[in-house]
Design a protein. Structure first.
Length: 88
C-alpha cells in the first residue's frame, strides 16, 4: 500500500494461514529484539525503521517484508539472494 508516493508498511494481512503469520511475527520479534540490544547493521532498513518507529510496529513491518520476500522467492522459483550492501 502507498500514500502520496511513500510506501506504507506496518500491517500484515489476516487472510493467510494463522500459524504461519504467528511464526513470522515471533521470528521477527526475535530479530528486532537482538537488533535493539546489539544494534542493527549500519544504514540498513531495520536500523532506519528502529530509529523512528515503535518496536512493535517495526516487528510487524519486518514480518510483512519477510512474507513478501518469501512469496516472491516461491513464485519465481529462485534461490534467495541477500541484498548487497551499498558502498558508502
Amino acid at each position: 500500500m502507498s500514500t502520496g508516493g511513500k510506501q506504507k508498511l506496518g500491517s500484515i494481512s489476516k487472510m493467510g494461514e494463522r500459524t504461519l503469520r504467528r511464526l513470522l511475527i515471533i521470528g521477527c520479534s526475535a530479530v528486532v529484539l537482538q537488533a535493539s540490544k546489539r544494534g542493527a547493521p549500519k544504514g540498513s532498513w531495520l536500523e532506519q525503521m528502529m530509529a523512528r518507529k515503535p518496536r512493535t510496529l517495526v516487528t510487524v513491518a519486518l514480518a510483512n517484508k519477510t512474507a513478501r520476500i518469501i512469496w516472491a522467492v516461491l513464485v519465481k522459483e529462485e534461490d534467495y539472494r541477500a541484498p548487497v550492501a551499498a558502498a558508502a
